[in-house]
Design a protein around this ligand. Sequence first.
Ligand code: IFM
Length: 464
Amino acid sequence: MIDNHSENLKLLKEDFGPDFQWGVSVAAYQIEGAHESDGKGASIWDIFTNTKGKIKDNHHGNIACDFYNRFRDDIDLIKELNIPNFRFSISWSRILPNGIGEINQQGLDYYNQIIDYCLQQNIEPWITLYHWDLPHALELKGGWTNREVVKWFQEFVKICADNFGDRVKNWMVMNEPIVFTGAGYFLGIHAPGRRGMKNFLPAIHHTTLAIAAGGRMLKNNLPHANIGTTFSCSYIQPHRDLKRDQKAAKRVDALLNRLFIEPLLGLGYPEKELPVLKGIKKIMQPSDNEDMLFDFDFIGIQNYTREIVKNSWLMPYVKASLVKAEDRKVPITEMKWEIYPEAIYHMIKQFNKYPQIKKLLITENGAAFKDELENGSIRDERRKQYIQQNLQQILKAKQEGLNIKGYFVWTLTDNFEWAEGYHPRFGLIHVDFETQKRTIKESGLWFKSFLRTKKSVKLNENEI
Ligand code: IFM
């Protein structure tokens, strides 16, 4: 159960200020479907999900939300919800079926249509260049463990800048590097399903180089663009007041929250807390320290929860293990993530400690809950409360003078949630995956009214 202590608090869009950016985020593989249409090449996620036993109930993204064919209707829904900014990602293998070389014009046409339609509807497009779907052809050459990937990525970024940069002002180089390297190259639970330090360390380093190289490529080609990149983060606390748990918490914090941002800012990898990272030195080249740097216009952080950490002798989160929220008997979402809105405030505070960050935005936040369609509507009170309580924490941070300039909900429609398939539903809009029918949930209707309000809205009030 979620407590209702926020009931009498007011939440007013205007309190966030006129420049605060409101938006919604999605990712190509999770919504597009059309996995083989119009010249698209396979991505690592096409291969992984179509391999038996990798994903819960063998779900895959072959059709997903059929956004490829329905993007106009879905953009109309964004407009209906009064959401001014739409963040979506580009499928690399739709544009470059082999990852490099020959360009697929139909892929470019598709994204051009999305961009144009957004602009016609007065919705600002925000592009994420990489949201985990590496072309399979490049994985066959080693994927993120091959240093060449930095060049391959630059080529892709240049094509996107050249073709979309005349209309798209806002760019994000990558989404959540710790998740796709950690889950994909260390734990093997995401595509491409590789495991162990021998894959993880090179994947980390090449990703770090690619983030900075991607930023530079955008800057050189689009000097006036607003260029950012995004990181997942979780508020980390030790399980017990013991030195060994405190140290374990520092290791997990270094791994989940600091690993990719710090080299970018010139602070190097956090090897002091996480000595295993010293292994990266073996593959570093003399110019890498310099090449890892890029001065982004903004950094997006994406927070969903906190983690409680204890010492462990086993490797997984590098000699630390998470104390499951379920075992702690705290409120959880369908992802089994603790509902702890204060986490987002702490993460804003933590990232504000880097003076180099010019602008901080929340580029994802949201929650999965079981939704019941009753008489044509979905009363997802818990999702609505989750968003409201997170917004309160963001407002608190803002009122304390912390740098926080935007909030993007994850996500528009229910979609393919990676290893969990279609089970967790994160959308503001419900999708019936049999019929592709969309139904705006109460959380979506609340967000709509919040975004249009001039006057304050009482939280939990049924104003729809
Ligand atoms: O669905 C994902 C998204 O792709 C990246 N950030 C977290 C979301 C929820 O797990």
